[in-house]
Design a protein around this ligand. Structure first.
Ligand SMILES: *[C@@H]1O[C@H](CO)[C@@H](O)[C@H](O)[C@H]1NC(C)=O
Ligand SMILES: *[C@@H]1O[C@H](CO)[C@@H](O)[C@H](O)[C@H]1NC(C)=O
Ligand SMILES: *[C@@H]1O[C@H](CO)[C@@H](O)[C@H](O)[C@H]1NC(C)=O
Length: 233
């Protein structure tokens, strides 16, 4: 009878430990964000491109061409469709998920719990904070999820409405990142979005507005029709 060599078990363990980390860095404390603003869910929905990500020094593979569609669902939650690509030969990989609002009495910034259909059932929901956004061009998203009593997995992303950050916000975003992400292991990697590298993805074709905004768009012609009817009478 053959037994499984120890190195195979070790390799399997190593592979999965890295996969679980998934572009995160290990930290003993989360960053404090003192921002305070009224988050408007209906203005956050639509298409976002990930243009930068906190660099994971242990990553064996990078996710590029990352595009996501946030659709406003019930009670301030979002239904997420995302696609990304591994290398220029890769095909788009799709995943879908949900972000549920996490309500804390002292919360000043919008906090969500995110789960994708690719998330291991054994893994906790990912904590997601939208620490800065102007809705129309950029967003900075921070994640710090506890893995045990002493350690957290930390990630952060810069999202943009276009595949490249609008020129008038680049400096603002840089200043924000430099002043908040100050640890030596806080290094950013630009997510590749060039047309010759990225394959077309259906996520870009998805509707850009959730149920909330589209019902407003639909009701406008009805309202006009109503006004017309009143005039005719
Ligand atoms: C990454 O690798 C370094 C050394 O190669 C190690 O010290 C560190 O703990 C690793 N980090 C994670 C998150 O696995
Ligand atoms: C996750 O969802 C995406 C998009 O809906 C789908 O294409 C993919 O096959 C799903 N993956 C898994 C592991 O269920
Ligand atoms: C928590 O997890 C980290 C990383 O896997 C590990 O280094 C640390 O020893 C763990 N701490 C406890 C208390 O289990």
């Amino acid at each position: 009878m053959k037994t499984i060599p120890f190195w195979m078990i070790a390799m399997a363990y190593l592979c999965c430990a890295i996969a679980a980390a998934h572009g995160s860095i290990l930290t003993t404390s989360c960053l404090p964000f003192e921002e305070d603003y009224n988050f408007k869910e209906d203005k956050f929905d639509g298409t976002w491109y990930e243009v930068r990500r906190l660099r994971d020094p242990n990553a064996s593979q990078y996710e590029d061409c990352v595009v996501m569609n946030y659709k406003l669902g019930e009670k301030g939650s979002f239904v997420i469709r995302e696609s990304y690509q591994h290398g220029d030969e890769g095909e788009p990989i799709y995943r879908s998920g949900k972000a549920e609002p996490k309500v804390f009495q002292d919360a000043r910034i919008p906090k969500f719990l995110e789960r994708f259909n690719t998330t291991d059932p054994a893994d906790p929901d990912t904590s997601i904070d939208i620490v800065a956004t102007d809705y129309s061009s950029y967003a900075v998203v921070y994640s710090c999820t506890s893995i045990n009593s002493t350690h957290h997995l930390e990630s952060a992303w810069v999202l943009s409405r276009q595949s490249e950050l609008a020129k008038n916000v680049v400096e603002l975003v840089n200043l924000f990142l430099e002043s908040r992400f100050t640890r030596p292991d806080h290094k950013w990697r630009a997510t590749i979005h060039t047309a010759d590298y990225c394959k077309p993805t259906v996520v870009e074709q998805l509707p850009v507005h959730g149920a909330g905004s589209s019902s407003v768009a639909l009701s406008l012609p009805i309202l006009l029709l109503g006004l017309l009817a009143v005039k005719l009478l």
